[in-house]
Design a binder for this molecule. Sequence first.
Ligand code: ATP
Ligand code: MN
Length: 440
Amino acid sequence: MNKTDKTDFGKLNQKRLFIKDVFKGESKKVTVAGWVHNVRALGKIRFLVLKDSTGIIQITASKDKTKENIFNSIAKVPKESVVYVSGEVKSSSQAPGGKEIVPEEFKVLNSAEELPIDVSDFSKTDLPKRLDYRFLDLHREKIRAIFKIQSEIANSFREFFYNRGFIEVQLPSIISSSSEGGTELFPVSYFEKKAFLAQSPQLYKQMLACSPVERVFTITPVWRAEKHNTIRHLNESRQMDIEVAFAGQREIMKFLEEVVKYIVEQVLKKCKSELGVLGLKDKLKVPKSKYLSYDEAVKLLKIKYGEDLSPDDERKLDKKFPDTIVFVHSWPATLKPFYIMPKDGKLDAKISEGFDAIYRGLEISSGGQRVHIPELLIKRLRAKGLNPKNFKSYVDSFRFGAPPHAGWSIGLERLTQLVTNQKNIREAVLFPRDRERLVP
Ligand code: ATP
Ligand code: MN
């Protein structure tokens, strides 16, 4: 455009309407701004499809009625460039959404260079390349839909527990040692001390549940230095966690069941168009629930008692119970961490108060009742071959009036992956951190 043009962008920004409001409103003259989604030139008529965060609208210029410089520059503006358009809104049965804008002013603010990835609806650019240019990948409606749904998932989680008298807490991410034994932590240099990135907020939420705060939730990043390279693991992920005083596995499984149902209900209600864009309109259903003891699961899946569920077993559970949150509870104590309560608080109990929840063929959550009795905790540590000395402050935090308590954690990206039906968890995180990826 004209380089000496003194466009007052402040004024344009003030006048600017979101595209969705153009469709809702009655205004005849509007200013919109956004990115050029598409341009088509058909001899005497030119269409520019403009997108912003709220939708798309067609700008229609014709050789007879549109100013010549506007008519010409519409054909030249590269896709994904940023433009301002002012003009008159007209009804049009052929335009997407039934309205179009006839341009009277047209400003190209920033012309896009040739894009390194395909951001069209039919893009075949592979995932690693797309992730290299994630901010451009978000020019695609499908990609934006995933993160709109993720935002709804997190918000519904918050809303659910907030409305039940839980308080949201902010916990540290730099910790001095592991709560589980220490091999999978990223070290951090912390002045003269050795520190690590937290792999779980568990110890902290337990301390809060053991105080008269009682019921807490948090959404927090966690880091795991596991060298795996799978389609279900990240090295940095976000967890949606709760911890509840005076509760065992039964009570918190019920919370998990209810919150996941609520989350899916809200996504169905508030993300209709996003589900449509992802082709999931009839595919996403509010899940049912199924409770199986570990013993029952072992029989059903015909696996050996004492084995963990393999990814294949998790898929089998989905086949047997589609659209269902499957709770496998009362795991053998040997398969659960030291901090999970053995049944009835007995050290030699074979069964524990720990569970996993499987949804759509993947584990979405683990949790259980915690050991709140220091002496039992020490015995459990020893039984797991761990040195209680290394867990002294953890154990000691239960010496001053700790109630029975229980909690769990849902992986936010895992749940997003499943709700949006993505094969790879990396599709469900904006800027993934995995074994190879540290940029962007
Ligand atoms: P998995 O068996 O699937 O590797 P886990 O048992 O190691 O998971 P937990 O410690 O139970 O994981 O973490 C709680 C939840 O957090 C899991 O159920 C899952 O939803 C999510 N989660 C765990 N590890 C990861 C990871 N590396 N990347 C993404 N999400 C994860
Ligand atoms: Mn787990």
